[in-house]
Design a binder for this molecule. Structure first.
Ligand code: AMP
Length: 190
C-alpha cells in the first residue's frame, strides 16, 4: 500500500497531478474539496454547512473534515492506497490522519509538495474560475483569503511531515507532464 499527501497552495496543480497519479499508480483519489463540492451539489446538510466556509475561502472546521475523511477511508475496500489532495490542511488534521491510519495498520509514506510562487497561483486560479464555476475561484478577495489561510494554517503541516522525514518539494511551475515526471520520480523512490 502507498499513501501519499499531495500538498501545495490553492492553484498549485494538486487536482491535475492527482488525476495523472491515480491513472499511473492505480491509487484512490481522496480530495476533501471534491467531496465537499459533491455534498454541495447534492444539497446535503454537510454540504450546506461546508458552503458557508468554502464560499468565503475559509477552512471547514477540523472535526467535520476529519469525520468525512474517516467515512471515505472506511468505505473504500481493497484500495492500493490513497492520494490525499487538499487534506490535511491543519496540524490537527495531520495528527488525526496519522491516528486513523495507524488504527487500520496504514501510514503516510510521504508528502509531495508542489512549490508555486504566489503571483502564478493567483493567475492560475483566476483562469480556472472562468470555467470551474467555483465561487471561490472568481473573486480577488476570496482568492487572497485562501492564500492567506494556506500560509497561516496549512503551511505548518509541511513542517509536521518534515519532522517525520517524509517531506519532498517539487517545482510546480512548468509543463504539466514535466512536473508529473518529477513527481513520478519521487513516487518510484518509495
Ligand atoms: P480545494 O478544492 O481543496 O481548494 O477546497 C475548496 C474549499 O473546501 C477550501 O477553500 C475549504 O473551504 C474547503 N476544504 C477543502 N479541504 C479542506 C480541509 N482539509 N480542511 C478544511 N477545509 C477544506
Amino acid at each position: 500500500m502507498l499513501n501519499i499527501v499531495l500538498f501545495g497552495p490553492p492553484g498549485a496543480g494538486k487536482g491535475t497531478q492527482s488525476e495523472k497519479l491515480i491513472e499511473k499508480y492505480g491509487l484512490t483519489h481522496l480530495s476533501t474539496g471534491d467531496l465537499f463540492r459533491k455534498h454541495l451539489g447534492e444539497g446535503t446538510e454537510l454540504g450546506k454547512l461546508a458552503r458557508k466556509y468554502m464560499d468565503e475561502g475559509h477552512l471547514v472546521p477540523d472535526e467535520v473534515v476529519i469525520s468525512m475523511v474517516e467515512d471515505k477511508i472506511s468505505s473504500t475496500q481493497g484500495s492500493k492506497g490513497f492520494i490525499f489532495d487538499g487534506f490535511p490542511r491543519t496540524t490537527a488534521q495531520a495528527e488525526a490522519l496519522d491516528q486513523m491510519l495507524s488504527g487500520n495498520a496504514m501510514k503516510i509514506d510521504g508528502m509531495i509538495a508542489l512549490d508555486v510562487p504566489q503571483d502564478v497561483l493567483k493567475d492560475r486560479i483566476k483562469e480556472r474560475g472562468k470555467t470551474s464555476g467555483r465561487a471561490d475561484d472568481q473573486d480577488e478577495d476570496k482568492i487572497n483569503t485562501r492564500i492567506k489561510v494556506y500560509l497561516d494554517e496549512t503551511l505548518p503541516v509541511a513542517k509536521y511531515y518534515e519532522n517525520q522525514g517524509k517531506y519532498k518539494s517539487i517545482n510546480g511551475v512548468g509543463a504539466i507532464d514535466e512536473i508529473f515526471g518529477a513527481i513520478s520520480e519521487v513516487m518510484d523512490s518509495y
